[in-house]
Design a protein around this ligand. Structure first.
Ligand SMILES: [Zn+2]
Length: 265
């Protein structure tokens, strides 16, 4: 039995490496040339290495009033299916930020989510690295080591997502929501907008209760608010928190929309 399990595991790992969405397949000659050209363009612009937290967002851009965007990051491999089922049952549109690491473990789920128009699929980085050459480590996450890794973090994951979903992402949310100006410039050359947030539900930490999370969401509720939560912690209390917060927000007159609905581009 043990041998069979090891064999199946080995086979599935091998299989994911040979897929057209694998990092290896995506790093083809065309991509490596593209990366070299982009690197020269970035070097040609004198960019400071100012390090910052991407904690503001695109509020008040949309003409429509009374909208809130719920966004969910899928950083590592697990999948909170109950959360997705809750969003579907309540008909709540949401924006999902997926890393390459998460996608490699959940390619079929990625395709399925993309087929549902309730969900907007965006980019949370290939390897979930802090997108910066300067600054300090944050939350124990590794940082990109050089410009090549910054480009891979954004563009290789764009290509992975496009291969699986047929749609190129428009927003990039750096891991830990930390980035520097070089990362920002790279994203702008790739015609992408950096996605920040206005409200942290607090589910990055395992001990936060559903009540605390719902209070965090409700306390600053306003038009254009971008809420950051997670899709990769089925053991945490996001669903319970939303079951408290959503009816209250709806009672106050708020509706939910995709992040792309807030952008003017
Ligand atoms: Zn993350």
């Amino acid at each position: 039995m043990q041998t069979l399990i090891s064999f199946l595991f080995f086979f599935s790992v091998l299989n994911s490496f040979s897929q057209e969405y694998s990092d290896r397949a995506l790093k083809n000659k065309e991509y490596l040339n593209f990366r070299e050209n982009l690197k020269s363009k970035i070097y040609a612009h004198k960019v400071s290495n100012n390090f910052f937290e991407a904690n503001t967002s695109f509020t008040e851009k949309s003409e429509a009033r009374g909208y809130i965007a719920l966004t969910f990051d899928a950083c590592e491999g697990r999948y909170n299916e109950e959360l997705i089922n809750f969003l579907i049952s309540e008909n709540i549109p949401a924006t999902l930020f997926l890393t390459g690491k998460w996608i490699d473990k959940n390619p079929e789920i990625t395709k399925k989510l993309a087929q549902n128009s309730l969900f907007e699929i965006e980019n949370h980085g290939l390897k979930h690295r802090i997108c910066a050459l300067s600054g300090d480590k944050k939350y124990g996450l590794k940082k990109t080591k050089n410009i090549e890794e910054i480009i891979d973090e954004i563009e290789l994951n764009n290509r992975k997502i496009e291969k699986l979903t047929g749609k190129r992402p428009f927003f990039y949310r750096p891991a830990g929501a930390y980035a520097d100006e070089i990362c920002l410039k790279t994203a702008s050359f790739l015609s992408m907008e950096i996605a920040g947030y206005d409200s942290l539900a607090g589910d990055s930490f395992s001990k936060v209760s559903a009540k605390e999370m719902s209070e965090n969401i409700l306390k600053n509720a306003k038009h254009g608010m971008v809420v950051l939560m997670h899709l990769n912690h089925p053991e945490r209390s996001e669903v319970q928190a939303l079951k408290i917060a959503v009816p209250i927000l709806r009672k106050k007159g708020f509706s939910f929309c995709h992040l792309e609905d807030f952008s003017l581009k």
